[in-house]
Ligand binder design. Structure first.
Ligand SMILES: NC(=O)c1ccc[n+]([C@@H]2O[C@H](COP(=O)([O-])OP(=O)(O)OC[C@H]3O[C@@H](n4cnc5c(N)ncnc54)[C@H](O)[C@@H]3O)[C@@H](O)[C@H]2O)c1
Ligand SMILES: O=P(O)(O)OC[C@H](O)CO
Length: 314
């Protein structure tokens, strides 16, 4: 079934989804905070996702009033969501967040922010997916999480395409936590590779990182099965294993004393700080990523400290 879909946020991911749904026959309106007119004229997002011409059924606007679909996707970075939602007063019946993080001001995930700031039904779209892969039309599987399973099933149906297959869950917390926490582990994995510790060390870090993800997510109320699915383990494997990931590249750069260019979205940095600041659980990797990013310790010191903790059962 095709229809109208609004997408808010014309970064790499919002643009990739807009291309996907416009190609599938939906009438898509993509809202951009900056540069809407230039994108509409060029029929391309040259800054965030170059090389993909917009289909005729994709329209770009800078006017929030032009958004009238009953289903809207929010493709903004997590830390922007709260301020944006509180001022935007969106009308859509269902708002699907694509953000992978935890809001540092409130400690809330994206769907709780939607519920706090709008009357819409909140849902979360998450899982292993690089914007460039989706834009290229490569096969991709994601998780659509919605507490209301009837609405979730309808959204799953509408947002699945031939190449983009959506699975569904009502475990919104699990899906959100998997997406947020895998970014922290990806930064650590990037640091391991950047420091030259090798693939075996990265595999160990991924496994221990997954144990830490499960600990934090369970404490937040997530179901175990969600964490071993696309939104947890699936996205962890992708993000820790590819230099296409900004979180992974950020970790590599940290280990090498380099920086990424300005304006690069690195969600895991905020999530690491949020988890480390809570201090209520055993989270050595989140603590390490926060310390590394703040310049409080270097990779060698952190690796020594992690390796020399008391031995324990797995
Ligand atoms: N890029 C990917 O491959 C990918 C894949 C899956 C999920 N995501 C998630 O999608 C979210 C967005 O990532 P992205 O890759 O599109 O980021 P991006 O850096 O490419 O773009 C972010 C966009 O958000 C806009 N923006 C930022 N703050 C804003 C505000 N306050 N109001 C309005 N617009 C604002 C920017 O102008 C920019 O267009 C992140 O949470 C990310 O984890 C990204
Ligand atoms: O580039 P990253 O690190 O934000 O990762 C993008 C997606 O979350 C991968 O699923």
């Amino acid at each position: 079934m095709t229809g109208r879909i609004d997408i808010l946020g014309a970064g790499a991911f919002g643009t990739a989804l807009a291309l996907t749904y416009a190609r599938a026959g939906h009438a898509v309106t993509l809202w951009a905070r900056d540069g809407a007119e230039a994108m509409e004229a060029a029929r391309e997002n040259a800054r965030r996702l170059p090389g993909h011409r917009f289909p005729d059924s994709l329209r770009v606007t800078g006017d929030l009033g032009a958004l009238t679909a009953d289903l809207a996707l929010l493709a903004l970075p997590t830390q922007s969501l709260g301020p944006f939602l509180s001022s935007a007063r969106l009308r859509a019946g269902t708002l699907v967040s694509c953000a992978k993080g935890i809001d540092r001001d409130t400690g809330l995930g994206p769907t709780a922010l939607i519920a706090r700031h709008s009357g819409a039904t909140p849902a979360q779209l998450t899982g292993p997916s690089f914007a460039v892969d989706i834009a290229a039309g490569l096969p991709t599987a994601l998780t659509l999480a919605c507490a209301d399973d009837r609405i979730g099933a309808a959204v799953q149906d509408r947002l699945s395409t031939h190449h983009l297959r959506l699975y569904r869950t009502t475990d919104v917390i699990g899906a959100e936590m998997g997406g947020a926490l895998k970014n922290v582990v990806a930064i650590a994995a990037g640091a391991v590779i950047g420091a030259g510790y090798g693939d075996s060390a990265r595999a160990a870090l991924i496994a221990r990182g997954f144990a830490e993800m499960a600990r934090v997510a369970r404490a937040a109320g997530a179901q175990e099965a969600t964490l071993t699915g696309l939104s947890g383990l699936g996205d962890l494997v992708l993000t820790c294993g590819s230099e296409k990931s900004r979180n992974f590249r950020f970790g590599m750069a940290l280990a090498r004393g380099e920086t990424l260019g300005p304006g690069v979205t690195v969600e895991g940095l905020h999530t690491a700080h949020e988890i480390a600041a809570r201090g209520d659980l055993d989270t050595p990797l989140a603590d390490a990523v926060a310390a590394l990013a703040d310049g409080r310790a270097d990779v060698a010191t952190i690796a020594d400290a992690l390796l020399n903790r008391p031995l324990k059962p797995e």
